[in-house]
Design a protein around this ligand. Structure first.
Ligand code: NAD
Ligand code: UFG
Length: 341
């Protein structure tokens, strides 16, 4: 198949970026992955090739490195950028805010400057539902005011969103999609690529699957007294392959119109921790021991998306259900007990 365009995926060796890279290759795009491998392994790139028979170009580098970006844009005729590179651990961001602002904010600005110098004005940015904060009204749509985030990670995402808004206003050539992810989970159905967190996972699904594989003893459920049907936190879990398809649709949409676009990427449904646990146990046949402990600082009771805008403007909706997400998570974890190592 003739390559339809060449897309740069920053952070393309990571969890979400690797699934986006695969989907782009399968749709006939060429892909350049640019990643410093600070939280990933080049093995994910080899696995992508195993799945689809095509290999992305891979350049190891840091988005804060002006010269490396300049070399990259000189070497490849890139049409558009999907910007996933960044750090994402909330707790770590509280302990080390400068590293977060450096990677997420300075890195994004450095990338945008390099894009403008290379006359590339099409961008999809990995943002987060975190920017909505703790809203009493669910589901949240894109018009919902953004709130003051409770940690440096969230602030870095909101700051980049502000930069993108100002940029789109300042120069009509920019064509930008701010993709607000809800809770991406799951893995490609091959079981060859998936989420491989370093150390003890912060997020619920990788934690549960590491208990199931025997690496961790017991799940701690943070809070059983939230104002939710069963008292545990409710989130909008979205299959990572649905999220990847959303990026393809967003990329196409911004190739047709300029300016700033914001889209929610969620399933539109909220599930509690206990509901998710139940679904995982059904899919894996494993019993997950747990304790209900105190709430985790900074957590909100509930959050799920209104996805009408993405459906109307992109013709996109999440197709996979919670059982699909759990089956794919478990296949990945079972086949790769130590991640990519
Ligand atoms: P990930 O850590 O698996 O992937 C991020 C990738 O970026 C990694 O491969 C890492 O090595 C790379 N990277 C980090 N800093 C870099 C730098 N300075 N230069 C070059 N590469 C760098 O995380 P992920 O879950 O795939 O997240 C991808 C994006 O989506 C992130 O921006 C994250 O903030 C955002 N996001 C993730 C979630 C989630 O729950 N996973 C939710 C909302 C938003
Ligand atoms: N939880 C537990 N035990 C754990 C981990 C999580 O009970 O060991 C609970 C949390 O309290 C929450 C739910 O499971 O109720 C989901 O927690 P995650 O840590 O998996 O996800 P968050 O909703 O806290 O945050 C995630 C990403 C953020 C992103 C946000 C919105 O980690 O980066 O989704 O997109 F901003």
């Amino acid at each position: 198949m003739k390559e339809t365009s060449l897309v740069l995926v920053t952070g393309g060796a990571g969890y979400i970026g690797s699934h986006i890279t695969l989907s782009l290759l399968e749709a006939g795009h060429g892909v350049v992955v640019f990643d410093n491998l600070s939280n990933s392994s080049a093995e994910s790139i080899s696995r992508i090739e195993k799945i689809c028979g095509k290999k992305p170009h891979f350049v190891m580098g840091d988005i804060r490195d002006k010269q490396a970006l300049s070399n990259l844009f000189n070497r490849y005729h890139i049409d558009s950028v999907i910007h996933c590179a960044g750090l994402k651990a909330v707790g770590e961001s509280v302990k080390d805010p400068l590293t977060y602002f450096s990677n997420n904010l300075v890195g994004s600005v450095t990338l945008l400057e390099a894009m403008a110098r290379a006359n590339i004005f099409r961008l999809v940015f990995s943002s987060s539902a975190t920017v909505y904060g703790d809203s009493p009204n669910m589901p949240v749509n894109e018009k919902h005011p953004t709130a003051a985030p409770t940690n440096p990670y969230g602030r870095s995402k909101l700051m980049v969103e502000d930069v993108l808004r100002d940029l789109a206003t300042s120069d009509q050539r920019w064509s930008i999609a701010t993709a607000r992810y809800f809770n991406p989970i799951g893995a490609h159905s091959s079981g060859l690529i998936g989420e491989a967190p370093n150390g003890i996972p912060n997020n619920l699904v990788p934690y549960i699957s590491q208990v199931a594989i025997g690496k961790l003893k017991k799940l701690q459920i943070f809070g059983g007294d939230y104002p939710t049907p069963d008292g545990t936190g409710v989130r909008d879990y979205i299959h990572v392959m649905d999220l990847a398809q959303g990026h393809l649709k967003a990329l196409h949409a911004i190739s047709l119109k300029n300016g700033l676009n914001i889209w929610n990427f969620g399933s539109g449904k909220g599930y509690s921790v206990l509901e998710l646990l139940d679904a995982f146990e059904n899919a894996s046949g494993k019993k997950i021991p747990y304790d209900i402990v105190a709430r985790r600082a900074g957590d909100i009771p509930k959050c799920w998306a209104n996805t009408d805008k993405a459906r109307q403007e992109l013709g996109w909706r999440a197709e996979k259900n919670l059982n699909d997400m759990m089956i794919d998570t478990w296949r990945w974890q079972k086949n790769n007990p130590t991640g990519y190592n």
